[in-house]
Ligand binder design. Structure first.
Ligand code: ADP
Ligand code: MG
Length: 366
């Protein structure tokens, strides 16, 4: 087990990159701490697989360093890095039995035969494939093959870390849920550093204690699911986490507030202070649907909006409102009732009204 540090990392697949767009990983500093259960979450193409392949040594980064427990490993081969990696599609030897497939990484590492036997048995039980051990891998279903593939990653006890690159893509939804729980259980049992790549926020938050959100070749936030929800550090996190995502509106600075169209939004004094010396004109406000309140009485703190749509989702409702020239989503409980076209008073509680400059959260200075 090791702490994995990525230092000033950048990677371009092009031999002569001409600008930031040619980089799959843009300037990235990140630490995966020893023994953690992590998710790496981001949309397709943001650089997740590239990051994993750089850690395991399959890809040499164009710039920067990879450190395991503080030691540079850039020059080490994948084998010497001692990382187990499980890919999206199963990697198994078709002509071998399930047992031989699982035993293979251990044999390679000269583990004594008796130990191999108990360990293969243990992993097969966890993955519920113990009755398939004598079967040739070629005769397995896609699900079973991927379980074997995962087993090959999990079987070694001496690895620095296990990296899972969207391993449950080919698995059916019900089994997916079960396997994810298994992985979490294995993590608790063996205390191995695990990085689990996914583009699915639910998958990320059920597996990981901490999630790194990746966007456009950068880690834009590393935090607990609650932190990502309550204080998105980047507009992308606001938009990507949550369902529906955060309401994000482009605004202009004005005297003592910010404005979109004719609507002036009041901010906290410290937010206004920070805006004064801000050079950027790319300013946005953000508030999650869960945090907007609809209140009966109009006041200095409310904004009048028109109900455009009410979507009943069983245990709650998502109300679409129009405020000035913007539409916003508001989450209400199932008792909420309002007809389309009616006026409502919106309240944006100060603690939940976020300010973004150049897409990053503007924070209160300590
Ligand atoms: P993700 O795993 O998040 O979907 P990838 O790391 O696979 O993202 O890809 C990041 C970017 O690098 C994408 O724009 C992708 O097209 C590009 N890319 C990935 N692998 C290669 C490669 N072998 N050669 C050239 N470009 C690549
Ligand atoms: Mg990928």
């Amino acid at each position: 087990m090791a702490e994995i540090q990525l230092k000033s990392l950048a990677h371009s697949y092009s031999a002569s990159p001409s600008g930031p767009d040619d980089y799959a990983i843009r300037q990235l500093d990140h630490v995966w701490h020893k023994g953690g259960a992590y998710a790496l979450l981001g949309p397709s193409g943001c650089g997740k697989s590239t990051m994993l392949n750089i850690i395991s040594g399959l890809v040499q980064p164009s710039e920067g360093e990879v450190l395991f427990d503080g030691k540079r490993v850039n020059e080490l081969s994948p084998r010497d890095r001692n990382i187990a990696q499980v890919f999206q599609f199963p990697v198994v030897y078709d002509s071998m039995t399930v047992y031989e497939n699982l035993a293979f990484p251990l044999k390679n590492n000269k583990v004594p035969a008796a130990k191999i036997k108990t360990r293969v048995q243990e992993i097969a039980e966890v993955l519920e494939i113990e009755d398939k051990l004598d079967k040739k891998a070629r005769n397995l279903t896609a699900d079973e093959k991927q379980k074997v593939s995962m087993g090959r990653g999990l079987v070694r006890e001496d690895v620095s870390a296990i990296l899972f690159d969207e391993p449950l893509t080919v698995i059916d939804p019900q089994l997916k849920w079960k396997l994810r729980r298994k992985l979490k259980q294995i993590h608790e049992q063996f205390d191995i550093t695990m990085v689990y790549v996914t583009h699915d926020q639910l998958e990320a938050s059920t597996f990981a204690d901490k999630i790194a959100v990746m966007y456009d070749g950068q880690v834009v936030q590393f935090g607990t699911p609650t932190e990502l929800f309550e204080a998105p550090n980047h507009t992308f996190v606001g938009y990507f986490i949550g369902s529906p995502g955060m309401n994000i509106v482009e605004v202009e600075k004005c005297q003592g507030a910010v404005r979109f169209g004719s609507v002036e939004i009041r901010l906290a004094p410290w937010q206004l202070d920070r805006l004064v010396d801000m050079k950027s004109n790319n300013i946005k406000i953000g508030i999650r649907p869960e945090f907007i309140e609809i209140v009966p009485a109009k006041s200095d703190d409310t904004y009048e909006a028109e109900v455009r749509d009410v979507e009943d989702l069983g245990t709650y409702k998502i109300v679409t409102v129009q405020l000035g020239d913007q539409t916003m989503k508001v989450r209400q409980d199932e008792e909420f009732n309002a007809s389309i076209g009616s006026q409502v008073n919106l309240l944006f509680p100060g603690q939940w009204l976020m300010l973004y400059a150049d897409e990053y959260l503007v924070q209160e200075q300590q």
